[in-house]
Design a protein around this ligand. Sequence first.
Ligand SMILES: [Cu+2]
Length: 244
Amino acid sequence: MDKTLIIVLVAVVAAALGAFFFFTQSSGGGATPALAGVDWQLTADDALIIGGYGNNFAYDGTNVRPVSGSAEVQLDIDAPKGVIEATVRTDGTSGPIVMSNGKPLSGTIKLVMKVGQKGTRFQEFKDLHGDSGNEAPVMPLIFNDLAGWGPTDVYVNDKLVYENLGGHIMFTEKARRADGTIRRDDGTIYSPMLEDKTGFTDPNATEFHFVAHNTEPDPDNFPPHSTWIHLVFQHVDVQKMPRQ
Ligand SMILES: [Cu+2]
């Protein structure tokens, strides 16, 4: 065979292989290919919108409704660098997400925590909320495998709508029940006013939380800032996590 022909054939085969790997990596709409050096890799779905403007924790389940969507964490915790994102798509059943008074958002809503930017921090294997002294008692005492904070952008149908909100994620034991409530087995609905803020979580199941809010005071909202979003993902797949 002619040398030039062999070179051409090798080039064609190499290009085809390259295309094959490119398309197999980028197709499917699933998790982003793993980044090098990640300690944590999670995907989550079975999403819930927790309330909206007025009450963004909805402990009694009011205005807690399912929405299609998923979340992804890929984190190199020491750098820190990685991907922390959630995307939900509202529809006629979920209704819009109301982050600010009188501003309903519909369509594809994406939260992106800008991991590595100023203000990003993470904790592993810690109790938060309740009376832990770590975060406000807007949630009962809850064990976190992974918690994170960082500046978070919100896109609606690919348009940047809220920039640099305070974002917070938690991969925790389960607090939100199938009926949308946070309550004890005896029916007690959670309240930050309760003296005993324990006993609301199920250590045998997990969930993923993603909240983001601004810091402008608004006494008519709970928590009292003018812009909030609260998403919970009831099913979490762990691809990778460190040992406790
Ligand atoms: Cu939290």
